[in-house]
Design a protein around this ligand. Structure first.
Ligand SMILES: [Zn+2]
Ligand SMILES: [Zn+2]
Length: 263
């Protein structure tokens, strides 16, 4: 890979020769530059003291994490499907054992994203697995390096195969999306990133403009998202970290949570 540096706060990769002074993803109001200033690291340094852990959540669904946690700390989800596997979101690291594992499961037919906070080293993942990266066009301005594999999609949803759909929700980012999977559970599952955020109690969902900066969305947006989600069948939920799995009462918890905003 070319000479790259990584923002230590969000995990976005930049070409070292053309990197800005401040990471634009973190300088934007939904993230933050730490009080200690912009931090950078290099892929070799990251790999030296971190590893990748792959864990099976259920049949056809794996989570991929960096250990110990780095930057935002999101997981990537590997969805296995008959007509091609999908990687949902990226982690900012990739090693041989992870590449071998994914290849042993049939490789990737697509990488799809919830939103810009997880773009990481997406161009490297796409080059290794020779697959397209699907990003909603509403978030195009946040792509640091628009490599040849990046495909911007438009509209409310993009059907992939085997009934799998990327669905635009908006809110946190104008292009914030979810992946809807019909075959992991009875009603359907959503892979979510932080488009919707499940609290540690698992009894509340929040939808915010910024989670780290605690910036709310306007009530009109909450109303719109509530309505949008009502039309989407789901009985299981997989958020941006491993403590955000829920497969009991998902619809009810979501509805009650949105009512609390609007009361
Ligand atoms: Zn950053
Ligand atoms: Zn985010």
């Amino acid at each position: 890979m070319k000479d790259q540096i990584i923002c230590s706060t969000c995990g976005t990769y930049f070409l070292a020769a053309t990197a800005p002074n401040l990471c634009p993803i973190c300088a934007e109001e939904r993230q933050y530059i730490p009080a200690t200033g912009q931090g950078w690291t290099k892929p070799d340094d990251l790999c030296r003291d971190h590893s990748i852990k792959i864990n099976k959540i259920k049949e056809s669904l794996y989570e991929i994490d960096i250990i110990p946690t780095f930057a935002i700390g999101q997981r990537a989800l590997l969805l296995l499907s008959k007509n091609g596997n999908v990687l949902w979101d990226c982690i900012p690291m990739l090693d041989e054992q992870t590449i071998d594992f994914i290849k042993s499961k049939g490789g990737l037919k697509a990488i799809a994203f919830s939103h810009p906070h997880y773009y990481s080293n997406m161009n490297d993942w796409a080059a290794i697995f020779h697959c397209p990266v699907y990003i909603h066009e509403n978030d195009a301005e946040h792509i640091v390096h628009k490599g040849e594999h990046i495909n911007l999609w438009k509209g409310e949803e993009l059907e992939l195969w085997d009934g799998i759909k990327i669905m635009l929700i908006g809110g946190h980012f104008a292009g914030s999306s979810i992946l809807h999977v019909p075959f992991l559970s009875k009603e359907g599952s959503i892979l979510c990133g932080d488009t919707i955020f499940l609290s540690p109690s698992k009894k509340h969902f929040s939808v915010m403009r910024s989670y780290p900066n605690r910036m709310p969305l306007p009530l009109s947006e909450i109303r719109r998202i509530k309505k949008r989600m009502e039309s989407i069948p789901m009985d299981s939920f997989y958020g941006y970290i491993k403590t955000q799995n829920l497969d009991v009462g998902v619809k009810q918890v979501f509805e009650d949570s949105m009512e609390r905003y609007l009361a």
